[in-house]
Design a protein around this ligand. Structure first.
Ligand code: ATP
Length: 516
């Protein structure tokens, strides 16, 4: 099935099974804003717990913070967001559709990369184990020509953006012969800069009101509290501050479901280090964060780093962790070495000293910062798109059937087990209710006695419940039940008393954290 179709089905599935709803749907929705339903919120909470524990629980030098969404407007002047948190936008005069100019160029580059990948895959199949990808990239004329084009476009684009030359950004679009996906034409307007921050007013009268912003990132709340936390927590450099919270960006083009939203959630950790040691820490966090992703078991080939050639003026190293979504490899997380830019800016504009006193060496300095920044919603999309599967099943009569199954890692699945009486009589529902009453203190359980057992299994498969416990007549005699495993559909007979142990072992966050 085409990846596009899979993605559409995934979105429909999320809605049908209570994961994600369009916001204000009864009023036809609000573009790029979504609500999480009964299962969505559980999955989201589990993702956040996995992240939070991996930071705050596992590191005695990382502590948490929950700063306000509204901040003093000068914060955003100091951080550079008022002047420079812009995206270049361009309109197609025929379709009247608006695009991010950088994204049109990026998509063009992605297409060239796909062409290279196709050549590599073809050659790989032809040569088998003897295939040497590095050599092939250096010698195949078609691959080399496309790589040259990519390098040229990237170079030109970073120069144009860094020097604010928007005419040249437009010229790249024209030279690359990029067409509007809707009208198919190359009739483009000028490129303009557009600030992504949402502004509102704080205060009761128009004259007295202050313009404030909805924060576009959570990081600044950490920077302005750096000394509060350091002093009250008696933290010694190197140390980190972690925060999970909402962020808001007035994205120009909001497509691809919850990948790009106008209201979203971030999990950010700023790690304060001694100047000069930042690259070592940057590499450390790069490795650790990739491990965190891979521990969920979606496979090595689903991830890659994208190291930035084009660095923001305040950064001295940056990389993205990209995940293979149904629409291609895209950023899920950024890891940036931000030097002392933010703290220095805040020190200057606020007039307050934001320095760390190192009692061992007796020196004071502004620490450098390495940050890891991941979107909860993008992580959610990663999990759900890696888990969605339509499996063909052979039936006894030779025909086939399809089951939709969310192969969520058990440890973050919203519902851990469903308890199902085989029939709705003979005392089986009572036993099932008792099993739920016992287990609900440890696990998110569901009781279901409607429809045939087969349909109930399918319902649980669709929401990704890893274990179904069936109570049957034999249970009355020997206190055993069947446990059905979602992925293999195999069933085992086990004692009721052993259920808690069996499930606990498989859904334990500590066991996952031990892999890191
Ligand atoms: P992009 O290039 O995709 O716009 P970015 O580089 O601007 O992202 P950062 O500012 O580094 O993103 O934010 C850190 C993380 O926050 C991203 O890796 C992503 O997971 C998440 N994020 C950023 N913007 C959005 C958004 N509009 N919707 C959902 N998640 C977002």
């Amino acid at each position: 099935m085409a990846q596009d179709d899979i993605f559409k089905k995934l979105i429909a599935h999320c809605k049908e099974y209570g994961y994600v709803f369009p916001s204000s749907e009864i009023y036809d929705g609000l573009s790029a804003v979504y609500d999480y339903g009964q299962y969505g919120v559980e999955l989201k909470n589990n993702i956040k717990k996995y992240w939070w524990d991996s930071m705050v629980l596992l590191h005695d030098n990382i502590v948490g913070l929950d700063s306000a969404i509204f901040m003093h407007p000068d914060v955003w002047k100091a951080s550079g967001h008022v002047d420079a948190f812009n995206d270049p936008l361009i309109d197609n005069k025929d379709s009247k559709k608006r695009y991010r100019a950088d994204m049109l160029i990026e998509e063009h580059v992605n297409k060239l990369e796909d062409k290279i990948q196709k050549e590599i895959d073809k050659a790989h199949t032809r040569f088998g184990d003897a295939f040497n990808e590095e050599m092939f990239r250096k010698t195949n004329p078609r691959v080399m020509a496309n790589q040259e084009k990519i390098d040229e476009i990237n170079k030109r684009f970073s120069e144009a953006i860094n020097t604010g030359n928007l005419n040249d950004v437009r010229q790249i679009i024209i030279d690359c012969e990029i067409v509007c996906p809707v009208s198919g034409s190359r009739n483009w307007t000028e490129v303009r800069q557009f600030n992504l921050m949402f502004a509102t007013e704080m205060g009761s009268t128009a004259e007295g009101a202050t313009k404030v912003y909805l924060r576009p990132e959570t990081a600044q709340g950490i920077f302005v509290n750096f000394l509060n936390v350091q002093k009250t927590g008696r933290m010694k450099v190197p140390f980190g501050i972690a925060q999970i919270g909402k962020a808001f960006r007035n994205e120009i083009v909001a497509r691809q479901f919850i990948f790009r939203m106008r209201e979203f959630e971030q999990m950010e950790m700023q790690f304060f280090v001694k100047p000069g040691t930042e690259i070592g820490w940057f590499n450390h966090w790069k490795e650790l964060r990739m491990k965190w992703h891979k521990a969920l078991g979606f496979g090595e080939a689903s991830y890659r780093f994208h190291d930035h050639d084009k660095l923001a003026h305040y950064a001295n190293a940056a990389t993205d962790i990209e995940f293979r979504f149904p629409f291609g490899f895209r950023e899920v997380e950024g890891i940036h070495s931000r030097t002392d830019f933010d703290l220095r800016q805040h020190q200057e504009l606020s007039g307050r000293k934001l320095q760390y006193f190192d009692s061992d060496s007796g020196e004071s300095y502004i620490p450098f910062v390495v940050e890891t920044s991941i979107g909860v919603d993008r992580m959610f999309l990663q999990v759900i798109s890696a888990s969605y599967d339509e499996e063909e099943l052979k039936k006894d009569d030779g025909t086939t059937d399809t089951r939709v199954v969310l192969r969520l890692p058990a440890v973050i699945a919203p519902v851990k087990l469903a308890v199902l009486p085989l029939v709705k009589k003979d005392g089986l529902p009572e036993i099932a209710q008792k099993v739920v009453a016992d287990l609900k203190f440890s696990f998110n359980c569901q009781y279901d006695d409607k429809d045939s057992i087969g349909r109930r299994y399918r319902r649980q498969d669709a929401i990704g419940t890893p274990y179904c416990i069936t109570i049957d007549h034999q249970t009355m005699q020997d206190e055993t039940v069947t446990i059905r495993y979602r992925d293999s559909m195999l069933q085992e007979r086990v004692k009721i008393s052993s259920l808690s142990g069996i499930i606990a072992e498989k859904v334990s966050i500590p066991a996952l954290l031990r892999k890191l």
